[in-house]
Design a protein. Structure first.
Length: 305
C-alpha cells in the first residue's frame, strides 16, 4: 500500500516586527477572516495581537476542550477571537471541525454543537448560533496532521514569524530599561540562535538578585567547553587573551591548543547597535519574569501595538 503524501503547509515567513505589525493591524481592523501565527516563544506574538485587539475580544488560552470553546464562542458572538497557546488544538478533531465552521469565508457563520444537550439546556445555550467573529490562532508548534487542519488553514493566512537576533534586539530597545544588560546581549548577538525577550528579562532578574547574569546569557547560547571560553572572554577579570588561556588551563579544561581551537568557533564580539532604551525600570516588588504583560502595556503606550 502506497504511503500517503505528507501535507505541505503553505506559509508566509515574516522577518521583521514592521511586517508583523501590518498583519496584526489588518486583523484587528477586520480585514482578515483567519490568521494563524506561528513562531518561537518569547518574541511577543501574543502581546502584539492582544494590544491591537484591546478589551473587545474573546481570548481563549491555555487548556480548553472543544465544548468549552463552543461555550466561549457563544458568549462572545461577533467579537474577534484570539486562540493563544492552546497546544493540543490541532490534535482535537472536534475543535478543528468547530473552527472550520467558525472560519468559513461567509460573513455570517453558523456554529453547531450536537452533544451535551443537557448541559447546554442548563446553561440556556442553544445548540446552534450565528456569529461574524474572525479568528486569530497563535502557536509555537502547529502541525498539519489531517485534511481537516489543511482545510482550516485554507480558510485564512498562515504566517511564521522568524526574526533574527538583531531584529529582536531592536524591538527590545522599545521597552527594556537596563543599558548594561542590553549592550552585553548585543555584543553576543552572533551566538544567539533562538532570540527571545526572555534573554533580557532573565538577565535583568538575575542582575537584580546579585547573581551571575552574564553567565546566564551565554548559557542560553552555547554549552560545554565552548561556554567556558565564552565566559572567560566576557569576564572583566581578565584583560588579555594570555590571562584567559592560563585560567582555562589552570581550571583543567584543556591545553592552550584546546582553548584556541574553541575560541575560533566563537564569532567575533560585535559592538551593540547604538540604540537608546525607552523603557523604565519596573517596580522593585514585581518579579521580572512575571512582567511580560506590564512591559507589553508599556509597549502599547509607546506605539508598538
Amino acid at each position: 500500500m502506497a504511503k500517503s503524501k505528507s501535507l505541505i503547509s503553505p506559509r508566509l515567513v515574516l522577518r521583521t516586527y514592521d511586517e508583523l505589525h501590518q498583519y496584526v493591524r489588518a486583523f484587528a481592523q477586520g480585514h482578515l477572516n483567519l490568521l494563524i501565527l506561528t513562531g518561537n516563544p518569547g518574541l511577543g506574538k501574543s502581546r502584539e495581537l492582544k494590544d491591537a485587539l484591546g478589551l473587545d475580544a474573546c481570548v481563549i488560552e491555555g487548556s480548553t476542550t472543544a465544548f468549552g470553546m463552543y461555550l466561549r464562542l457563544f458568549e462572545a458572538a461577533d467579537m474577534p477571537v484570539l486562540i493563544d497557546d492552546v497546544d493540543s488544538l490541532h490534535r482535537d478533531r472536534d475543535a478543528v471541525r468547530l473552527l472550520k465552521c467558525l472560519c468559513q469565508s461567509d460573513l455570517v457563520k453558523t456554529i453547531s454543537w450536537n452533544l451535551d444537550a443537557r448541559t447546554l439546556a442548563k446553561k440556556n445555550i442553544p445548540r446552534q448560533f450565528q456569529t461574524t467573529s474572525k479568528v486569530a490562532i497563535i502557536a509555537n508548534d502547529w502541525r498539519q496532521l489531517s485534511v481537516d487542519i489543511a482545510a482550516l488553514e485554507d480558510r485564512g493566512h498562515r504566517l511564521d514569524f522568524d526574526p533574527d537576533a538583531a531584529e529582536v534586539h531592536r524591538q527590545v530597545a522599545g521597552w527594556f530599561w537596563d543599558q548594561e544588560v542590553f549592550e552585553f546581549v548585543g555584543r553576543w548577538l552572533p551566538l544567539i540562535q533562538r532570540p527571545s525577550f526572555r534573554h533580557y528579562l532573565g538577565a535583568a532578574e538575575l542582575k537584580q538578585a546579585g547573581l551571575n547574569w552574564k553567565e546566564s546569557v551565554l548559557a542560553r547560547c552555547v554549552s560545554g567547553k565552548l561556554l567556558i571560553v565564552a565566559q572567560l572572554k566576557a569576564s572583566g577579570t581578565y584583560t588579555t587573551e594570555e590571562q584567559r588561556v592560563q585560567a582555562f588551563v589552570a581550571a583543567g579544561h584543556g591545553c592552550r591548543a584546546s582553548y584556541f581551537n574553541l575560541a575560533r568557533k566563537l564569532p567575533p564580539l560585535v559592538e551593540s547597535p547604538p540604540l537608546t532604551l525607552r523603557g523604565q525600570p519596573p517596580e522593585s516588588e514585581k518579579p521580572l519574569l512575571g512582567i511580560l504583560d506590564l512591559l507589553a502595556r508599556r509597549q502599547g503606550k509607546l506605539g508598538h501595538g
